[in-house]
Design a binder for this molecule. Structure first.
Ligand SMILES: Nc1ncnc2c1ncn2[C@@H]1O[C@H](COP(=O)(O)OP(=O)(O)OP(=O)(O)O)[C@@H](O)[C@H]1O
Ligand SMILES: [Mg+2]
Length: 591
């Protein structure tokens, strides 16, 4: 992307503007007419000074007064129209850009979310897109209008005094020199400011989501100080941008001052010589600023473009992110899964040269329950993420009923594999809406059956409006265990052929866990399942227990088989946990 020109980048965003082409043309025509009308007053003034006041042609006064009254009324009406159309086009572009970017983001792999983070994504979708919009509506339109305005003003100036007009043209390059001098510092400081703002927004998002942690450790002051530091840095960067802008503006004003002085001196000279009237000098003065204003605007737009290009780059960072995980051209629908799953020499890494899974070989027969056990960070969740194809394997392959995951349609795979995570997400909405998230057409009977399996039906019935009670900001707040049981019900309802339970029952008390376990045995019987658990008591009945260590499978078998391995890691872990529970029991009895 580094060698991509600004034009290429802008072209990529052009299709957001295309649907508004006719409105933009209308806007341009309106603004051009307004600009042309705004050229009239100096001419009217010239006639009043030279013809009415100096020459005494009083009959002209009526016409001139009529023009003077009509002009502002027409301009005001057009201004209202322009302002509405501008808002319509501007918001239309912003909305469609945000919609498109979000739709694109949904296709992006998990790697994108891992790398970018919520705060950065938010600031790109909200602020950067808004900044790109302002370029399209107000600035681009300005360029077209300025172009018209420049030529009209130049023609009028030439008509009034061509020698003076030519001399003025010689001053024009000074504006461009000024612009080129400030261009790079401006872009750099703006880019720095945007990065600092990212830091502020990411930091704020983290601090808000972790507010309980902040309070529980009494870290309010320290967090406030570190937030203040972040904002201070962004303020420094903003001031640097403002300083560069001020420097550029001062340069432009300097050139404009020089231009005025030249006109005054030459104007006086030509009046004394009798080559120009007072009115003509006044009109020339007005038109010369109209002639220079577009040049000034153009350099200002080019300057502003420096900052908009930073935003364009940041939006394109999302839109250029490759959709690595997608259906192949010849991808087939995965037929209803029977549940024969094979991991064949699977290697995987999140970051280059930092292997997380190193040669996993595992075969699971339909209907079997597989338990993944191992110390934290050994790659259990990663293994199941590969099964959902959130990431692609680096080497080796994973097959379901003989189909390589990369050869089947993603949707047909993911709709048949259910997942319950430790940290379950519930959206704002009713309990019913949340449960139906994976299968909107489930009947009430099925809904209740799923809730009963997850041992959450009684709880739901105790809430004020049962299945129609609201969750989230304005609704009932759930405990982690309740949320987890809802998540289990949600997964059960989709009736997946393969079910992944990642620490799904870890937040439940032993009684609810035992109850769910009992109900789940019935559900799991017909499907292949992967259960990840630190509490081994929950997985002793699994058909295969897979003991992992540093991305490798070190032991594999049933509970009783693994217990027979002398010095086996599973055996050690089981004995430790058994001893732990005895100690806990002893402690409990002693207290
Ligand atoms: N999105 C990610 N990006 C980069 N590295 C990751 C990512 N997710 C996990 N890892 C790393 O991969 C390794 C395996 O992580 P994984 O989540 O699979 O472990 P786990 O066995 O599920 O651990 P736990 O029992 O704590 O849940 C860890 O070292 C972790 O730091
Ligand atoms: Mg995990």
């Amino acid at each position: 992307m580094a060698d991509e020109s600004n034009t290429d980048k802008l072209r990529k965003l052009a299709h957001f503007v295309t649907p508004y082409k006719s409105r933009l043309i209308l806007l341009f025509c309106l603004t051009a007419t307004m600009t042309a009308l705004s050229m009239l007053p100096p001419l009217v003034m010239k006639f009043i000074i030279d013809d009415v006041i100096t020459m005494g042609n009083w009959h002209l006064l009526e016409v001139l007064l009529f023009i003077s009254i009509c002009l502002p009324i027409t301009s005001a009406a057009m201004r209202v129209w322009v302002s509405f159309t501008n808002a319509y086009v501007g918001w239309g572009i912003t909305t469609s850009m945000r919609r498109f970017t979000y739709e694109y983001m949904l296709k992006l792999p998990m790697r994108f979310y891992d790398e970018m983070g919520t705060g950065k994504i938010m600031s790109r979708i909200m602020s950067d897109i808004a900044s790109v919009r302002s370029m399209v509506t107000s600035r681009m339109l300005g360029i077209l209008v300025d172009f018209v305005s420049f030529w009209v003003a130049l023609a009028l100036c030439m008509g009034l005094n061509w020698k003076m007009a030519c001399l003025l043209l010689l001053l024009m390059p000074l504006y461009f020199f000024n612009y080129y001098g400030w261009r790079t510092p401006m872009r750099e400081s703006y880019s720095l400011w945007r990065r600092k703002m990212d830091q502020v927004s990411v930091g704020l998002q983290e601090r808000l989501s972790g507010v309980q942690l902040v309070k529980s450790y009494g870290r309010e002051r320290r967090e406030h100080r570190s937030f203040a530091e972040d904002t201070h840095e962004s303020l420094d960067a903003a001031m640097q941008t403002a300083t560069n802008r001020a420097g550029y503006m001062a340069g432009s004003w300097g050139v404009s001052g020089l231009r005025n002085t030249v006109i005054f001196c030459l104007g006086c000279y030509y009046v004394i010589e009798g080559e120009m009237t007072y009115g003509a000098v006044m009109a020339f003065f007005s038109y010369s600023s109209r002639m220079f204003q577009p040049i000034l605007n153009l350099t200002q737009i080019a300057m502003r473009l420096q900052s908009v290009m930073v935003s364009v780059d940041r939006v394109l960072e999302i839109l250029d992110f490759p959709i690595e995980i997608k259906d192949k051209e010849d991808a087939v629908e995965l037929p209803p899964i029977k549940g024969h799953i094979k991991f064949e020499d699977v290697h995987f890494e999140y970051k280059e040269d930092e292997p997380v899974l190193k040669g996993i070989n595992l075969e699971v027969q339909p209907g079997q329950m597989v338990a993944l056990v191992g110390h934290t960070g050994c790659g259990k969740t990663t293994l199941t993420s590969l099964l959902m194809r959130f990431y692609d394997v680096k080497e080796g392959r994973i097959t379901i009923d003989g189909h390589d995951l990369r050869d089947v349609k993603l949707r047909s795979l993911r709709t048949q594999v259910g997942q319950v995570l430790q940290d379950s997400v519930m959206f704002d909405g009713t309990i019913r809406e949340n449960l139906l998230y994976g299968r909107a057409d489930a009947t009430d009977a099925e809904l209740i059956e799923a809730a009963r399996i997850a041992e959450i039906h009684e709880f739901i019935m105790r809430t004020p409006e049962g299945y129609d009670s609201m969750l989230g900001k304005d609704g009932i707040k759930l405990s982690v265990g309740e949320k987890q049981r809802l998540a289990i019900a949600r997964a059960v309802l989709t009736n997946p052929s393969v079910l992944i339970l990642d620490e799904a029952t870890s937040s439940l008390d032993s009684l609810s866990e035992a109850l769910i376990q009992k109900a789940m045995t019935r559900v799991l019987k017909e499907r292949t399942s992967f259960a990840i658990a630190h509490r081994l008591s929950t997985i002793v009945n699994a058909d295969i227990i897979v003991m992992m260590d540093h991305g490798e499978i070190i032991e594999q078998g049933t509970h009783s088989e693994l217990l027979q391995i002398p010095d086996g890691k599973y055996r050690q872990l089981y004995e430790q946990q058994a001893a732990g529970s005895i100690e806990e029991a002893v402690e409990a009895m002693a207290s």
